[in-house]
Design a protein around this ligand. Structure first.
Ligand code: BGC
Length: 741
């Protein structure tokens, strides 16, 4: 038996090796036939006719350039018909090298899933992998080969609008999610249901100073390695085919022209074999950064640094040939970049069939397929976070006679889709997006009377609608208020200094709360917002983010208890903007406050608590969970040994529910100081009412290692706290162990 297994294994390795070898041989053979212009063409990417996702440069010659082999990739070209038209142009070129079609398929394609930050709140890695898989299936059926996702930038600053696109503030959670998403998108590359992933933005874009998009980043090497790089490495370990560099400068050097990031770390130390695409126009933007004087110098800096493909800045297209002729760019650099790109085109099977991903029948069957919609509804429900539930306002009883549904987002469809959803024709929003109003109607049918009033707009100070809203609230047994952000209020270039609920929305909440009726507030947003009055006064709050096509149904599932909420916040929610950046895994400092009221000569604000309004990892359920019986298999270990941590979790409430059991560690003393608490593992478990499960975690050397002052990954002897929590601020069980010399 063992022999058979070994032989099969060897055979599989041999086949994989020889396939790769043939691809390499094919790439080499093709490269030999290419002119310098054709090679540079492969390094160029143009935007197509769909909504532009950056400042567009008008080029009337795109089509003829494709026909002459001067462009290798397009973004923003959607659909089998459209992609086929462009591919047909490429097939007229001398060498018939197929185009690669890239697209921001960030949270679903036609079936739109919750925004990535919302999905991260589910802490459900399988669900996130599935969501990426479905997005890939739909996109790949629609002619797309490549998604510009996942975004794995760690984000500790909710002023930065792009927090909606990532997995939040935590490196460990972010790394697990990055891995799952790459696996989901790519499946088995070359399969018609898969797309290449593009891990972005390399690197440290999430640390833009002041949360202002595109701003500079200044951070220590240790911070870079410990906090910002691990999700990229995790995505690479999952097999990510491509990386995107980024707009920001890192310690004074634009990421796009940053050799240390791209050549030394990514292609050197990490041995990345795929290719790097620039961010939109980011090669040309190095002129604005003041790093290069013109487009020619920009091209030189970018190719030297390891940027393989130029998205929309035309710097490669117009300068690389000259730079090669002047011997400033060795042809080997160009060849390396071209080979990386061609290899992917071969791996995708595009040379065998350039229209492989443009199949109208498959497209018809895949888009908004009922199975996909079902998954979208499930993950949308899992992404919702129950922030507050007093007086058992939730779940709403299905016997309730009259329900008032109030707010500017109740009847919206498009807003549920969130930023970075793939633009749909207007009619498709009506056809394919479930509004919250429809979701409620679907849920209660004729059993309850539903009343609606808009109340106010998302922005502006008009309160004319308040009277009607108050009137219907007075007639109802329960009031649901749906407020928050428009979908273009969080996203790229959507930084904000003020995170309050916009317009008169919080005043509307106050007016409705004053009726004395039980009130549930739904907050739809792409980032943590500040809503202190609501949080302190309204009995029930659900953070519903932007949940996608099935938002309405998913919200109704949670409102009525058909799904028991299980989401946990992937970012800390600040009390005031003045606390930002705010994150749970901070250092203790030399003068930590003993409690929230102490301010004198301690590290605290004199006018504000240090703690967030809602902490990382926080989220309630309609049931309760008790934690007990924490056991560590050992209290002293050598670095080669492992500790098994076991504990019991009991559902002590009356309904089934899911809990995210979180394992945190603290390294008490380090040659470099360590955070007061760090997430190191978690498990999402489902328990029936009254049921108890034993959970086991394993702690090994990897989990207690960190970068020392010399950037070595080390585990240092000493004491460690083990904390098991229902959130980062709700530690239920605690023990400790010692790592021996
Ligand atoms: C964004 C990228 C995106 C690209 C293409 C840029 O503005 O930063 O994340 O993939 O546009 O749309």
């Amino acid at each position: 038996m063992k022999k058979i297994v070994t032989t099969t294994l060897l055979l599989t390795c041999f086949i994989a090796f020889s396939q790769q070898k043939t691809i390499d041989q094919k790439v080499d053979a093709l490269l030999k036939r290419m002119t310098l212009e054709e090679k540079i063409g492969q390094l160029n990417q143009y935007t197509g006719d769909n909504a532009a996702t950056g400042p567009i440069t008008i080029n009337p010659n795109k089509q003829s350039e494709i026909k002459t082999g001067l462009n290798g990739s397009m973004l923003n070209v959607l659909g089998t018909q459209h992609t086929r038209q462009y591919q047909e142009l490429a097939m007229q070129s001398r060498l018939k090298i197929p185009l690669l079609f890239g697209q921001d398929v960030i949270h679903g394609y036609k079936t739109t899933f919750p925004i990535p930050l919302a999905e991260a709140a589910s802490w459900d890695l399988d669900a996130m992998e599935l969501s990426a898989r479905i997005a890939a299936t739909e996109a790949a059926a629609s002619g797309i080969h490549w998604t510009f996702a996942p975004m794995v930038d760690i984000a500790r600053d909710p002023r930065w609008g792009r927090v909606m696109e990532g997995a939040g503030e935590d490196t460990y959670l972010g790394s697990r999610i990055a891995y799952a998403r790459v696996k989901g998108f790519q499946g088995k590359l070359g399969d018609v249901n898969s797309v290449m992933a593009c891990v972005k933005h390399f690197a440290a874009y999430g640390a833009a100073i002041g949360g202002r998009d595109y701003n500079s980043v200044d951070m220590s090497e240790r911070m870079l390695w410990e906090t910002y790089l691990p999700p990229f490495k995790a995505a690479l370990d999952a097999g990510a085919a491509t990386f995107m560099n980024s707009f920001n400068d890192l310690n004074g050097i634009p990421a796009t022209g940053n050799k240390y990031l791209q050549r030394d770390i990514l292609k050197g130390k990490w041995n990345f074999k795929g290719f790097v695409v620039s961010d939109w126009g980011s090669i040309g933007e190095m002129i604005n950064h003041g790093y290069v004087k013109d487009s020619k110098e920009a091209a030189l800096a970018a190719i030297t640094a390891g940027s393989d493909m130029d998205m929309e800045s035309n710097a490669y297209r117009y300068n690389l040939a000259q730079l090669v002729k002047e011997k400033k760019v060795p042809i080997a650099l160009i060849d390396d970049a071209v080979k990386r790109i061609l290899r992917k085109k071969f791996e995708l099977g595009l040379f065998e069939d350039p229209y492989k991903y443009s199949n109208p029948e498959r497209e018809q069957a895949a888009l908004n397929n009922p199975e996909h919609r079902k998954a979208a509804r499930e993950i949308a429900a899992k992404s919702i976070v129950l922030l507050k539930n007093e007086k058992s306002v939730l779940p709403i009883s299905k016997q309730t006679k009259t329900i008032a549904f109030i707010g500017p987002l109740v009847k919206e469809r498009k807003q549920n889709m969130g930023f970075w959803s793939v633009e749909l024709p207007e009619v498709d929003y009506d056809k394919h997006v479930i509004s919250q109003w429809e979701g409620l109607q679907n849920k209660v049918g004729n059993t309850a009377k539903l009343l609606y009033a808009k109340g106010c707009e998302i922005e502006g100070d008009n309160k004319d609608g308040f009277a009607e809203a108050i009137a219907i609230a007075n007639q109802a047994d329960v009031v649901i208020l749906s407020i928050g952000e428009r979908r273009d209020m969080s996203g790229e270039a959507k930084s904000r200094s003020n995170l309050r609920l916009s317009g008169v929305q919080e005043e509307l909440i106050k007016a409705i709360q004053a009726t004395g009726k039980p009130v549930v507030v739904l907050i739809n947003a792409g980032r943590p917002l500040i809503f202190n009055w609501t949080a302190d006064n309204v009995p029930a709050i659900l953070y519903t983010w932007w949940l996608g096509s099935e938002a309405g149904n998913a919200i109704a599932d949670v409102l009525f208890g058909d799904y028991n909420p299980s989401g946990k916040l992937p970012m800390s929610f600040p009390r005031e903007e003045g606390q930002i950046p705010i994150y749970y895994n901070h250092f203790n400092t030399g003068r930590p406050a003993k409690n929230e009221n102490e301010t004198n000569y301690v590290s605290a604000y004199t006018d504000l608590k240090n703690s967030p309004k809602f902490p990382f990892g926080y989220g309630l359920s309609y049931t309760t969970f008790e934690y007990s019986n924490l056991k560590l298999s050992k209290n002293k270990i050598k670095s080669t040994e492992k500790i098994t941590v076991s504990l019991n979790v009991t559902n002590s409430g009356k309904v089934a529910g899911e809990e995210v059991v979180q394992l945190y560690l603290r390294d008490k003393v380090g040659s470099v100081i360590r955070p007061i608490i760090e997430l190191k593992d978690f498990q999402k478990i489902k328990l029936n009412a009254g049921q108890t499960k034993t959970i086991k975690f394993s702690i090994d050397k990897e989990k207690i290692s960190f970068y020392n002052a010399n950037l070595q990954w080390v585990a240092e002897p000493g004491d460690f706290d083990v904390m098991i929590g229902s959130s980062s601020a709700d530690i239920r069980l605690k023990d400790s162990f010692e790592l021996l010399n």
